[in-house]
Design a protein around this ligand. Structure first.
Ligand code: ADP
Ligand code: MG
Length: 385
């Protein structure tokens, strides 16, 4: 789960990390008033669930409240396309107006999960700012990494080593040690998958400040934080993902033409691999989980059908906890309700499989039953021609 920069900054300031003074606005008039409060000279920052805003015109310094208002009108009116949003871009519904800080140096600092090592990893670079991807690609030796042992946690001497590697000395170095330790504490306590400060800056006045902040939470830990669901900005999410979330279904959009309904993430991965091997391109996958009901399968099926890219549907379900006849009923119910004209291939196995197949083949739908995964993938690819 992602949150906006202004929300991440609110959290970080609760951990004594300095952030610029700012106000989040929902209208261009509010932006004007906020800019006035800052004395006219300020930074207008579009809040979207993606980075790269600076280069795309989503972060700009302005000098008058009217200029801030004009810029806000323009930002609210269009979608912002950055290298991280994909070509369709994201709508701007919130704008952060911030004091313009005079920056002396920009650094990169983040903590994220290294899934290979099953640990948090701290990443830092003295060459932070909007070119960080280029630094990582061209001069990877300028990126410092530290894998954090979950038992001992992050120690001061390790944080100091990073601060020194950034070229900080004296009291700034000690401030940076405190900041790094606070960032790690925030990361742990908020169950983050990522917390990134880019840039972390030294101001001309000689302070360390988080000038940008990105935070995403581990979806599996959301239940531990009652405030998280209210922090979601639905304007930033795919509508089908929102519906899927409501029914506790995991929906992932991809760029092909075959809609995939599966149970279990592992089976989903295998399904995508085999489809690709057969020359098919998945349009999405929807994981209904282990013990889904008929209604849940029906909802899942409807969500897949709402994706205009879907030209055919591949249902691949292993009926362990789930009974195959229940799955078949869900598929039939949903396909009839929305008058599904698309070809469907169902591969299922497990309890009540014969009854499930009988229900499907006598349903009058454009459906084929497959005996195994390979057979099913080949059939749906062939049906789509
Ligand atoms: P993004 O990473 O999405 O491009 P940032 O918030 O990092 O957005 O802003 C881009 C650049 O704009 C930063 O690297 C920094 O140089 C400058 N910047 C951002 N906020 C401020 C601010 N409040 N005062 C001065 N400069 C800022
Ligand atoms: Mg940034």
């Amino acid at each position: 789960m992602n949150i906006h920069e202004y929300q991440a900054k609110e959290i970080l300031s609760g951990y004594d990390i300095a952030v610029p003074r700012g106000r989040v606005c929902l209208t261009a008039d509010q932006v004007e008033r906020a800019a006035k409060m800052m004395g006219g000279h300020c930074v207008v920052k579009a809040q979207i669930y993606a980075g790269g805003r600076g280069k795309a015109g989503g972060v700009k310094v302005v000098h008058h409240p009217e200029q801030a208002q004009e810029l806000a009108k323009e930002l609210f009116a269009r979608k912002l396309v950055t290298p991280q949003t994909g070509p369709e871009g994201l709508r701007v519904r919130r704008i952060l107006v911030e004091e313009a800080v005079e920056i002396a140096r920009e650094f990169y600092l983040s903590i994220t999960l290294d899934r290979g090592a099953s640990r948090y990893i701290l990443i830092a670079s003295a060459e932070g700012g909007v070119e960080i991807e280029e630094v990582a690609a061209k001069t990877p030796d300028k990126i410092h990494k530290l894998t954090i042992d979950p038992l001992t946690g992050l120690r001061s001497y390790q944080a100091r080593k990073i601060a020194l590697a950034l070229g900080l000395t004296g009291s700034l170095c000690e401030d940076c040690v405190e900041l790094i330790l606070s960032l790690y504490r925030a990361c742990l306590e908020k169950d983050c998958a990522l917390v990134e400060v880019n840039p972390l800056v030294v101001t001309k006045a000689g302070w360390l400040m988080a000038m940008d902040a990105k935070m995403s939470f581990d979806d599996n830990a959301i239940y531990r934080h009652r405030e998280y669901p209210d922090m979601v900005d639905y304007s930033q999410l795919d509508t089908l993902e929102i519906t899927a979330g409501k029914y506790d279904l995991a929906y992932i959009k991809l760029d092909g033409t075959i809609g995939c309904l599966v149970n279990g993430a592992g089976l989903a991965m295998a399904t995508l691999d085999v489809l690709n091997e057969c020359g098919g391109k998945p349009a999405n996958f929807l994981d209904v989980g282990g013990g889904a009901s008929r209604e849940k399968v029906a909802e899942a099926f409807k969500i897949i059908l709402q994706d205009p890219d879907v030209k055919g549907i591949f249902v691949n379900i292993f009926g362990g906890i789930m009974r195959c006849d229940v799955i078949a009923q869900g598929v039939i119910e949903a396909a009839n309700e929305v008058h599904c004209p698309l070809p469907i291939v169902v591969r299922m196995d497990g309890s009540q499989v014969e009854e499930g197949k009988r229900l499907l083949t006598t349903s009058g739908l454009n459906v084929q039953c497959a005996d195994n995964l390979g057979d099913g993938a080949q059939r749906i690819v062939k049906m789509l021609g």
